[in-house]
Design a protein. Structure first.
Length: 607
């Protein structure tokens, strides 16, 4: 019976001032050209290169990878009907039985080569594929003269309906059932296995776009780079790649489709290029050079500070207890952004206070007992826009990025925020750790005041994100209400430049190097210096080593990023003085556009 298989659902879970000018000599290592990030995207640019093909996109995570391409296979078009003659029944039943065995074997074979959670998930899915109840229902339908494909679709749909009625963990398993349906239908048709491939050898994963749920189980040892047709610098594909610590290029447009599956490619995340069938010697040299740099980064030890000892706290962005434990084992000095909504992407109903508290505590524990100023910043649910939650975002909106997201959800649903703050208060009990709590998508002083009040009522240390330009423009007044700012440059850039952060067409506009964005960051940071309150950056800008130096020069006190990005930022900061950072900030602020802002900073800081 399928229900009995579901008593083991946990193994199926794959979740988820004033400026001075002057000539400043760049540090010696800055002459190395490999780490210059190419400004702006060159969409759909394809050129023939001595028998190979180069596709260019926006490089969002630096690094070199050399491996064959594997595309995310589209889901099969599902049939809406289909009949056979009575005489064909047995052949159809046999065909179905063969497909089941093939899908199951494929999953088990992959499980053999996988480790940890990924292996468990694959085994559990194989087990569910072979469920007798499911096969019986399909055979029954075939005996009513329906095609195997159509029978599979109906049998799975019935199960999905039952599971959704049962709710809870059963409802969460419907995704696995639909995945099995798609695999079996593809197998029956002789089509490639759909979805994100589960490789056994290193691959470069290519997709139109990747949702956080698609990539939850990716193993960075096997998926060594990500390339997507869509997305900009701050898209979630980039965030995921940074978490995994693998090179990533977004916004290639359809050009990447010209590189077929299994073609060996050289991905350069800094240059934003994917070269098909590269010269093996050149590829090996690029990989070796990358390895040298990686050694320097790998051997970096914190804390974050410039060469003249000016401290800039380097913190981790996390989305789960597991990520926090990994980040705490590295060089991070605390957590600057815990994206709580990522824990609930597949939750059909609002998790109870105790369940939430257990998750939050798992993020606090790895940093507890360190003393000093160690703190963890928990962000309240930033549900909405590109991260809708089934239990929070109930209405479809025309313009979700400008709609009811983040703190705005609390207007119609105050309990959601109240429960979350209660859960955070429970989570920190008995732990020796400073817990800071911040709200996303704040736009006004009263919003900040009300949120701060709700936090203080529970003994929590309140702050707000600077994502809406209104907050930066009004920084002194908003900061007077709270204890800290955290600048979300991903959204701040999107809203300042009026350019969708997910659009590959707007990637040049959607760039935190835009002087207008830097100006707003400066306004927020300087308000912090006046009020003697910390102002950090937790958007993707913090993970760009050159931009990180500029942010320090603008006055931000901490930089929070995906943990794997942290050592490269630490290395870069350690190569320059704070005065160089300030000079670079002045140069960038005075630039007419993002490209020259970066060029001016690079001229001062090197690189
Ligand atoms: C940001 O907007 O910079 C941010 C950190 O929030 P998110 O990327 O989760 O929207
Ligand atoms: Mg944001």
């Amino acid at each position: 019976m399928v229900a009995s298989q579901l008593r083991i659902p946990s193994i199926l879970r794959t979740t988820v001032r004033t400026c001075q000018t002057g000539v400043i000599r760049p540090p010696r290592w800055a002459a190395r050209p490999r780490f210059v990030v190419r400004p702006g995207p060159a969409q759909e640019e394809v050129m023939a290169q001595t028998g190979s093909l180069t596709v260019t996109g926006t490089g969002v995570v630096s690094g070199i990878a050399y491996a064959p391409v594997r595309r995310v296979q589209p889901r099969p078009q599902l049939p809406t009907g289909g009949t056979i003659d009575e005489g064909e029944q047995q052949a159809e039943i046999d065909h179905f039985a063969e497909a089941i065995v093939a899908v199951q074997n494929n999953l088990l074979e992959r499980a053999e080569h996988a480790t940890g959670n990924a292996a468990q998930v694959l085994r559990a899915t194989a087990e569910l594929t072979a469920d007798r109840g499911l096969s019986r229902s399909v055979r029954k339908l075939i005996k009513q003269n329906e095609t195997a494909e159509w029978a599979v679709v109906q049998a799975v749909d019935n199960l999905v309906t039952q599971f959704e009625r049962l709710g809870g963990l059963y409802a969460e398993r419907t995704t696995d059932l639909k995945d099995i349906r798609d695999r079996v239908v593809a197998e029956l048709r002789g089509e490639p296995t759909p979805g994100v491939p589960e490789p056994t050898e290193p691959i470069v994963l290519v997709a139109e776009d990747l949702a956080p749920a698609d990539t939850a189980g990716l193993d960075p040892e096997l998926t060594v780079a990500l390339v997507t047709e869509a997305g900009g610098k701050t898209s979630h594909t980039a965030i995921i790649a940074r978490q995994l610590g693998i090179p990533c290029i977004v916004g290639t447009g359809k050009a990447i489709r010209r590189i077929k599956n299994d073609t060996t490619v050289l991905v350069d995340g800094a240059a934003g290029t994917v070269v098909a069938n590269p010269d093996p010697d050149k590829a090996a040299a690029a990989v070796a050079e990358s390895a040298d740099y990686l050694n320097r980064v790998r051997s970096w030890r914190g804390p974050g500070r410039t060469s003249d000892g000016y401290g800039v706290e380097l913190l981790a962005n996390v989305g789960s207890g597991e990520a926090a434990a990994k980040a705490a084992a590295g060089q991070s000095e605390g957590v600057g952004l815990f994206r709580t909504e990522l824990c609930f992407l597949s939750a059909p109903v609002e998790p109870g206070i105790d369940d939430q508290a257990a998750i939050y505590r798992s993020v606090l524990e790895p940093y507890a007992g360190r003393g000093g100023h160690t703190h963890v910043v928990i962000r309240t649910l930033d549900a909405g826009s590109d991260k809708p939650l089934a239990f929070a975002n109930l209405e479809t909106e025309e313009n979700p990025a400008l709609g009811v997201r983040g703190l705005r959800l609390a207007t119609d649903n105050p309990d959601l925020l109240a429960h979350q703050l209660d859960a955070i208060a429970v989570a920190r009990k008995g732990l020796d750790i400073d817990v800071w709590v911040m709200a996303p998508m704040v736009a006004t002083v009263p919003e900040a005041r009300e949120f701060a009040g709700a936090c203080r009522d529970r003994g929590l240390w309140p702050g707000v994100m600077v994502e809406v330009p209104a907050v930066a423009l009004n920084a002194d007044q908003v900061l007077a209400e709270v204890e800290f700012f955290s600048i979300g440059t991903n959204d701040l850039t999107q809203y300042t430049m009026a350019s969708d952060r997910l659009s590959p067409h707007l990637a040049a506009l959607n760039d935190p190097w835009q002087p207008a964005v830097l100006r707003l960051i400066q306004m927020a940071a300087q308000a912090g210096l006046r009020a003697n309150k910390p102002v950090g950056v937790c958007g993707e800008a913090a993970a760009d080593p050159l931009l990180a130096c500029v942010l320090a020069g603008l006055g931000v006190t901490s930089l929070s990023m995906a943990a794997p990005a942290l050592p490269a930022v630490g290395v870069r900061l350690g190569d320059v003085t704070i005065e160089q950072c300030r000079q670079a900030a002045c140069g960038a602020l005075a630039a007419p556009d993002a490209v020259s802002a970066k060029a001016r900073a690079a001229a001062i800081l090197g690189g």
